[in-house]
Design a protein around this ligand. Structure first.
Ligand code: NAD
Ligand code: MG
Length: 390
């Protein structure tokens, strides 16, 4: 039996992971499941899968979790530290599907046990790419991509020499506002931004798809994971979300990865890698689809894509600043304190402030420095929002 843990088990990726594991219960021995405020779901899954431990991120919900687990032998724990401790529990395969930079510390802890980390949490690589890769190397751990585009690139690279790669193209659906007139974006609401044309995902990544901050993070994730140069990475708008990525080689050939927009493909590929096993994914009928469209992204519509280029040029802690500023700007948008387009303005202002800070630019990438920088960038966004309001 393979020992597996799922971090962020109650979310969209976490539930899809549990769906796959539940289909072959005799193959998996579940170690840890973690979640947030949805105590009931966490407890129900932990009970059903007979997990060793369930952990909620909320320190003050420990008693609730204990009650929900009463009568089972599942251990209960709460708080960010307990989540990191759970990541140290031996497991052969660990899913990193917490949303946001909160996924970084448990991810690093998991890598320290030399395991396989299936990485849905793209923030891990955006905030601390070199630190994460170095930690994995040092402890003989393996990182497998779960983001659909990165899983697609990974699959298109099988059997190929990375040296012969000319370009990596990741696709984007264009999100909720792809067809909106540009001048109306200023009035876009949280509800409108929270519906995705093709993918069923958590609310935060869905809004990030509408603004393309998600794609901006993914461009940085591509650079970090595959070690390609920023100018080798392209983004293509592809409204059907059937081709997830393409790799272009030295001889002009391009390998495209296609599949129905269902995250269980990328999760399942990482779960069974290096094998390819049967998965409950809808099969494509290309004749029925008829056509696939592609076009270049309009940078005026998606300023986040330009910001990603700036972040890659800066390097170091700029990724941590960018991600934290994005997360905090998104908090303000969801709380209706700022507008949709204000998010990119706030992030740009925070990156300028980072540029003016020599101590941050030269700081080495340690987990402490990344976390402190993350806090500071969030503070800077709050300052910017207060300034605007006043
Ligand atoms: P989600 O919001 O549905 O779930 C997030 C999970 O993280 C939940 O279990 C929640 O309880 C937990 N969580 C939230 N805040 C936490 C905190 N501070 N500490 C500990 N746990 C916390 O999110 P999702 O859509 O499943 O996305 C998870 C990750 O996967 C994100 O990094 C996202 O970018 C990435 N991803 C998601 C998809 C998708 O289809 N949903 C696709 C590609 C990548
Ligand atoms: Mg993706």
């Amino acid at each position: 039996m393979r020992k597996v843990s799922v971090f962020g088990a109650t979310g969209s990726i976490g539930q899809n992971t549990i769906d796959l594991i539940s289909r072959a219960p005799s193959e998996y021995d579940v170690v840890a499941l973690t979640g947030g405020a949805n105590i009931q779901r966490l407890a129900d899954d932990a009970r059903r899968l007979d997990a060793d431990i369930a952990v909620t991120a909320h320190e003050d919900r420990l008693d609730d979790l204990r009650s929900a687990l009463a009568g089972s032998d599942v251990e209960a724990a709460a708080g960010p530290r307990a989540i990191v401790e759970a990541a140290a529990r031996p497991a052969d395969w660990i899913m990193s599907a917490i949303v946001g930079s909160a996924g970084l510390a448990p991810g690093i802890e998991a890598l320290k046990q030399g395991t396989t980390l299936a990485l849905a949490n793209k923030e891990t690589l955006v905030c601390a790419g070199s630190l994460v890769l170095e930690t994995a190397k040092q402890h003989g751990a393996r990182l497998l991509p779960v983001d659909s585009e990165h899983s697609a690139v990974f699959q298109a690279l099988v059997g190929e020499d990375v040296e012969t790669v000319e370009r990596v193209i990741i696709t984007a659906s264009g999100g909720a506002f792809r067809d909106w007139p540009l001048k109306e974006l200023v009035n876009a609401t949280v509800e409108q931004a929270s519906s995705h044309p093709n993918w069923d995902m958590g609310q935060r990544i869905t809004i990030d798809s509408a603004s393309m901050f998600n794609k901006a993070l993914e461009v940085i994730e591509t650079k970090e994971y595959f070690g390609v140069e920023p100018d080798q990475i392209e983004v293509l708008v592809h409204p059907e979300s059937i081709v997830h990525a393409l790799v272009g080689y030295r001889d002009g050939a391009m390998m495209a990865h296609m599949g129905a927009p269902d995250m269980r493909h990328a999760i399942g590929y990482a779960l069974h890698w290096p094998e390819r096993r049967e998965l409950p994914i809808q099969r494509l009928d290309l004749a029925k689809l008829g056509q696939l469209r592609f076009n270049a992204p309009d940078l005026a519509r998606y300023p986040a894509l330009k910001l990603a280029r700036d972040v890659m040029a800066r390097g170091g802690l700029a990724g941590a600043v960018f991600n934290a500023a994005k997360e905090r700007a998104l908090d303000h948008f969801i709380a209706r304190r700022t507008g949709f387009l204000d998010m990119a303005d706030a992030v740009a202002a925070v990156l300028d402030r980072f540029d003016a800070s020599d101590s941050l630019i030269d700081a080495p990438m340690t987990l402490d420095n990344v976390q402190q920088t993350d806090h500071l960038a969030r503070q800077w966004v709050d300052d910017a929002v207060v300034e605007r309001a006043g």
